[in-house]
Write a protein that binds this ligand. Structure first.
Ligand code: FAD
Ligand code: DLZ
Ligand code: SF4
Length: 513
């Protein structure tokens, strides 16, 4: 039967299940830029430019192989604006009898696709997405019967399964995890490798003009746009990372520095999540660098753990726990999202830097996402829906399967302990230890309360007090509550007043139409 083979914007993998067994002489590949996908949240402009350019480039590469590709651009006057509408239109125009596609990465769209066969009255096959190391049934089986799910144990299973950094059935170096060698502060005058240069080619310029025209009000700037669009570009970035950054990746994994937007991070999530690189080839490149003596074990292990550990784990959690997961609000957080998450206009230098990076590059590295913008949202009690949406909007690598467990679970503890056993809350001292930010800040990180004190300091105490009912019984929160118990009522009053005064300075108007 001639088939319509639908490839989504984050399925740009030549070996994607939807294309397996495709016959170029008979089948039609459908790819569509649609309004619904570009606006279900108001994605950062760079994310839309990247995906449309990557989709167009992928379509060209299939055409070069001899495929018939029906590629619908956003500005095609006949574009219906939705994936379903474009599938239906393709059935009207093309000689195809069935639809073959690959399972998508979000519950929102997956639910919609469930109804397509009935609505189209044509056979619809949705093939499993096997681009991950751990299949969803395998994750479910691993999770079943466990009282608490913890990434570290899952990660060990993935090491055994893939054989990555294993020797005679045991972990290389005799340990699963070398984090004790990681997390160093950057030495003074440290110069991280250069990031690839700004892109300027006819395709990028054309898509940028389209995006400015149609999505001009979306967050972000295109001024520093530097993503590659093809698999070769992604491979180039992988090679650069392994050569220049992997040998220091672990050491400085949690470091932050003013004006240093990328440090030794790989910048590969955007490519892996869109399908231009597979997680296994990325990990194999890191392992090879270790085996050849180019990268130390703690760096290769730390990097591989992020991918076959965290990346696979969050996907498993997403599909295991959704849709109920997203509705959780374990700490009863209700506050709106302050404007500075969009404007970067705040005297908190660490926050201004994280948001500037986000705006300029549709990127922030993990510790900026977790300990700066994530932690602050949790301390302020921002409603999970608001902060989840922000994270889905602002990063070029954001898709709900990976964004949600990281935000809802890891960063703000709204899931009540699925992703982590306790909230990641810390005072300004931790940020000061891992960065040079505090030296450039209007606030004094050494001052705990009163005028000029670092807001993280008193917001952290305020958070503990406000959430005592939910958190005091948590075995891993014993220490912070023991410290809180040493504060008398007078000190608590001062903390509450500082937190209140800080909240009163916040505005919430950005984006209001
Ligand atoms: P590197 O630091 O070089 O890490 C290597 C790779 O490991 C990444 O490319 C990524 O694929 C993987 N990885 C590392 N940490 C995680 C993690 N916690 N979960 C999943 N994969 C991980 N990652 C996304 O891909 N999309 C998101 O929308 C996203 N949202 C996040 C939201 C919050 C609040 C937090 C705390 C983290 C989020 N992450 C997300 C995870 C992580 O921050 C990014 O994967 C990473 O910063 C991407 O940059 P990089 O490629 O330079 O990563
Ligand atoms: C994120 C995105 C955007 C911005 N635009 C499109 C698009 O026009 N067409 C498309 O097929 N996919 C797009 N995507 C990616 C989808 O939103 C993604 O496939 C789903 O969210 C499932 O992960
Ligand atoms: Fe951030 Fe506080 Fe340091 Fe300022 S003093 S940079 S607000 S941690």
């Amino acid at each position: 039967m001639p088939a319509l083979r639908l490839v989504l914007g984050d399925q740009l993998t030549r070996d994607i299940p939807a294309l397996r067994g495709a016959d170029p002489a008979r089948d039609v590949v459908l790819m569509a830029e649609v309004w619904d996908e570009a606006t279900y949240v108001r994605h950062h402009k760079q994310k839309i430019v990247f995906l449309f350019c990557a989709m167009r480039s992928f379509a060209e590469s299939l055409r070069a192989e001899g495929f018939t590709v029906r590629y619908v651009t956003l500005d095609d006057p006949a574009n219906t604006g939705s994936l379903f509408g474009e599938v239906r239109r393709a059935f009207e125009d093309e000689s195809v009898d069935e639809l073959v596609t690959t399972a998508c990465g979000e519950v929102r769209l997956a639910d919609d696709m469930e109804g397509w066969q009935r609505r189209l009255n044509r056979p619809v096959t949705i093939r499993d997405d096997d681009r991950f190391v751990c299949s969803l049934p395998e994750f479910r089986a691993w999770a079943e019967g466990r009282k608490a799910l913890r990434m570290e144990f899952f990660y060990r299973e993935m090491r055994k399964k893939t054989g990555l950094l294993m020797r005679d059935g045991k972990p290389e170096g005799g340990q699963w995890n070398f984090d004790q060698d990681n997390r160093k502060r950057l030495p003074d005058g440290y110069e991280p490798p250069e990031r690839p240069l700004k892109r300027d080619d006819p395709l990028t310029r054309e898509v940028m003009a389209l995006v400015e025209d149609r999505f001009g009000g979306h967050f972000g700037t295109l001024d520093h746009y530097a993503f590659g669009h093809m698999r070769d570009d992604a491979l180039l970035q992988l090679g650069r990372f392994v050569e220049e950054s992997l040998p220091r990746f672990g050491h400085y994994q949690d470091a932050m520095a003013t004006g240093q937007d990328f440090l030794n991070h790989s910048l590969l999530s955007v490519y892996m999540n869109a399908g231009l690189l597979t997680p296994m080839e990325v990990c194999e490149a890191a392992e090879e660098a270790y085996r050849e003596g180019h990268a130390p074990l703690n760096c290769a292990e730390g990097f591989i753990r992020q991918i076959i550990g965290w990346r696979e784990y969050v996907r498993g959690i997403y599909w295991l726990k959704m849709p109920e997961y997203k509705k959780r609000n374990a700490l009863g957080a209700e506050a709106p999202l302050p404007d500075f998450y969009w404007t970067a206009e705040t005297d908190m230098h660490c926050v201004a830097e994280a948001v500037r990076n986000t705006r300029d590059n549709a990127y922030a590295h993990h510790i900026q996402r977790l300990m700066i913008t994530g932690q602050l949202a949790m301390l302020l009690g921002v409603h999970p829906d608001h902060i989840n949406e922000w994270y889905l909007v602002v990063y070029a690598d954001a898709y709900e399967w990976v964004q949600l467990p990281n935000t809802h679970g890891m960063a703000i503890f709204a899931d009540g302990g699925v992703m982590g056993s306790k909230p990641y809350a810390a005072s300004g001292a931790y940020i000061n230890r891992m960065s040079d930010y505090c030296g450039h800040c209007a606030y004094d990180v050494g001052k705990k309360t009163g005028k000029g004190a670092c807001p993280f300091n008193y917001l952290d105490w305020d958070f503990l007090m406000r959430n005592e009912g939910q958190l005091r019984q948590n075995a891993r929160m014993k220490m912070p509550y023991r410290n809180l118990d040493r504060k008398d009522e007078g000190e608590r009053k001062v903390i509450r007043a500082d937190a209140e005064r800080f909240r009163e300075t916040l505005t919430y108007d950005w984006g209001a139409d």
